[in-house]
Structures are given as structure tokens and as C-alpha cells.
Ligand binder design. Structure first.
Ligand SMILES: Nc1ncnc2c1ncn2[C@@H]1O[C@H](COP(=O)(O)OP(=O)(O)OP(=O)(O)O)[C@@H](O)[C@H]1O
Ligand SMILES: [Mg+2]
Length: 341
């Protein structure tokens, strides 16, 4: 759907050249909710703005829905942009227009006939839950409602891609969840491809199917969300994952546990139905180990259950071995953190 090939962006500044993106290669499949996460200044906004040519790449290629965006200009580019919706952190609404007027705006620019615009706005209002707000002005609405206008406006021309630049960063946690749920619903209902730029792992966890981590102008890691959460490779990805699933044990506890002879500390990650199996009972009953629960959490990645459990297992070397094989046989991701003496 979207191919980013060898994309580089260099800004000319009074202080010299600044490389904001360095040789980015990324494929975003149709229907994906693709998250791009990075710290401030990593190059996220530059990357998303290159997708619709709000920012011209210095070199490389963007192919979107089969169209070479990087080769378009003028009228052709304006036409191609109708296939790409975008929403922003600060909504960028027109205060002098009503909700309906804001949603109609891109259609007026695209030259739609008046009757069709009215029809289209009527379809969009209920899609974003604003059916009773058509004639209200943005100033009278909450941040979440303003972002709903932003989403309706972005979808007005029936684009096949929606770009979101920190779309929930200005919202409180509860409103963030409602906007993310709306985006997920739209993704599923319309099979719309969504690209989300964020610095919050929570956003990735709630709705993304895939994630790429950008650090200092480069993509350092990418993959399906489950695999990046379970096996983060780069230091920065590990930090992002532990920001919402903290799994470091306090040093005092580790020191104390290291004094237990014949004990082993294991961290287990489980996905989906494995989360509802009576794992600990089985370990005790079938493997002859005693189990001390050190840390546990259960949450979800998009709609899949995702759990982490850190256990201290105690027993003879044979029973620890049996426990290890038992956990492997359950298709769980098991990491031995510390083998006792
Ligand atoms: N128009 C510009 N001219 C010069 N430098 C720029 C311009 N836009 C961005 N930069 C620089 O490029 C780098 C990447 O900026 P970018 O805005 O893409 O980062 P970001 O990941 O979106 O950060 P944030 O999370 O703070 O929004 C930064 O060093 C920034 O100062
Ligand atoms: Mg930014």
C-alpha cells in the first residue's frame, strides 16, 4: 500500500544541514494500523509529512496506492492528496465554521457539488458520533469532540490512508482511549490504512497492528506489535516496552533471591487464550516445583490478551528441568533471568 524507499530528508538551517531522516525503508500494508514511535526530535513528523509531500524528501521514493508521490507536483499532487487524510495534535479546525462547515471544507476545495457535500457530511457526522453537533462551533466543544471533527474532515474525500500525527497527545487518558477506539472502528469498518505517529507506547498497544521504532533519524526496529512487545531488540524499544509493561525487579529483591539455593527466576509472556490457562497450578502439580509469584500483569495488545509473569521456581534440578520443558510445551515465551546455585 505504502512503500517508503531509501527516504532521506535534510533540512537546510542557518547553522548548516540537519539530517532529519536517514535512509528510511518501510512497507505499510493495506488495512494496517502502523505505528511509528520515537522520542522528541527523532524525525516522526518529518516522516509522516513526507508521505503526503507536505515536506519534500531530499532523496528516495514514496509510493502510495501505486502512485509515485515523489514524482508529482501541482494539480496531480493535489489530486493524489485527496486519497490521504490527515489529523493533527491541535486539530487545526476553522473556528469561524460550524462542525458541518469544517467537515465540508475539503470537499469544497475538491470541487464537489453542493448536494453531494451535504449528503457526505450527513454520512460522516454519525460515523464520528457528532450527529447532534452539526451546527455548533468548535469553540463550544471538548478536545475529544474537536478531534472527532478532525477525523470526519480527514475522511471526507474517502481517502484510502489516514495519517495521524500525535492525534491524541493533547487529550486526557480517557478521551485518548475513546479516540483510539474510534480509529480502530474506522480501520475495521472501512479497511482504511492508518499510519500513527506517537511518542506513547499506550497508543501503539491500544490499536496498532505493526510498529516501527525511529531513533535519531533512522528506523531501528520494526515488526508486528506482538513480536516487538515480546522480543524488543534495540535499547530504545526495550525502554518503550518497559514504559507500559515494567518488568525489572527491584535490586534488593534480586539480591535476596540470589541467596535462595536451587531457585530459578523465569519471566513468561503469554498471548491470547494461553492467558486463561491455570499455569501455576499445573506447574506445582505436574512438575513438583514450588512457585513464588514476583510480578504479574495482564493487559491487551489491540484485541489480544497479553500477559507477563515473573516467577521464582524452587525445586530439585530435575523438577526445574521438567518445569522448563512444561512451559516450553505450552508455547509460552520463557526467559530465564537468573539461575540459582
Ligand atoms: N522545517 C524545519 N527546518 C529545520 N529543521 C527542522 C524542521 N522541521 C524539523 N526539523 C528538525 O528535524 C528533526 C526532526 O524533527 P521532527 O519534527 O520530525 O521530530 P519529531 O520526532 O516529530 O519530534 P516531536 O516528538 O518533538 O514532535 C529535529 O531535529 C527538528 O529540529
Ligand atoms: Mg512531531
Amino acid at each position: 500500500m505504502i512503500y517508503i524507499n531509501n527516504l532521506t530528508k535534510v533540512y537546510k538551517t542557518p547553522g548548516g544541514s540537519l539530517t532529519a531522516l536517514k535512509d528510511i525503508n518501510l512497507h505499510i500494508p493495506k488495512g494496517a494500523v502502523y505505528g511509528i514511535i520515537g522520542l522528541s526530535g527523532a524525525g516522526k513528523s518529518t516522516l509522516i509529512r513526507c508521505l503526503n509531500m507536505l515536506e519534500r524528501p531530499s532523496s528516495g521514493q514514496i509510493i502510495l496506492d501505486g502512485q509515485k508521490m515523489t514524482e508529482l507536483s501541482g494539480k496531480m499532487l493535489r489530486k493524489a492528496r485527496q486519497n490521504i487524510g490527515m489529523i493533527f495534535q491541535h486539530f487545526n479546525l476553522l473556528d469561524s465554521r460550524t462542525v458541518a462547515g469544517n467537515i465540508a471544507f475539503p470537499l469544497e476545495i475538491a470541487g464537489w457539488p453542493k448536494e453531494q457535500i451535504i449528503e457526505r457530511v450527513k454520512e460522516l457526522l454519525p460515523l464520528v458520533g457528532l450527529e447532534d453537533k452539526a451546527d455548533i462551533y468548535p469553540a463550544q466543544l471538548s478536545g475529544g469532540q474537536k478531534q472527532r471533527i478532525g477525523i470526519a474532515r480527514a475522511l471526507a474525500t474517502k481517502p484510502s490512508v489516514l495519517l495521524c500525527d500525535e492525534a491524541t497527545s493533547a487529550l486526557d487518558p480517557q478521551t485518548t482511549v475513546s479516540i483510539l477506539n474510534l480509529l480502530k472502528e474506522i480501520n475495521e469498518k472501512l479497511n482504511l490504512t492508518i499510519v500513527i505517529i506517537t511518542h506513547e507506547m499506550k497508543v501503539i498497544k491500544e490499536i496498532c497492528t505493526d510498529v516501527a521504532v525511529i531513533d535519531q533519524s533512522q528506523i531501528v526496529e520494526r515488526g508486528p506489535v506482538e513480536s516487538v512487545f515480546i522480543h524488543p531488540q534495540s535499547d530504545i524499544a526495550k525502554e518503550f516496552v518497559s514504559s507500559i509493561f515494567p518488568n525489572e525487579l527491584p535490586n534488593e529483591l534480586l539480591r535476596e533471591l540470589s541467596l535462595h539455593p536451587g531457585s530459578q527466576i523465569v519471566r513468561i509472556h503469554f498471548l491470547g487464550t494461553a492467558a486463561s490457562e491455570p499455569l501455576i497450578t499445573d506447574l506445582i502439580r505436574h512438575c513438583g516445583v514450588s512457585v513464588n509469584i514476583l510480578y504479574g500483569s495482564i493487559d491487551h495488545l489491540r484485541s489480544t490478551l497479553f500477559g507477563t509473569l515473573t516467577l521464582e521456581l524452587q525445586g530439585s534440578p530435575e523438577s526445574l528441568h521438567t518445569a522448563g520443558s512444561f512451559l516450553q510445551s505450552k508455547n509460552l515465551t520463557v526467559e530465564v533471568i537468573n539461575n540459582g546455585n
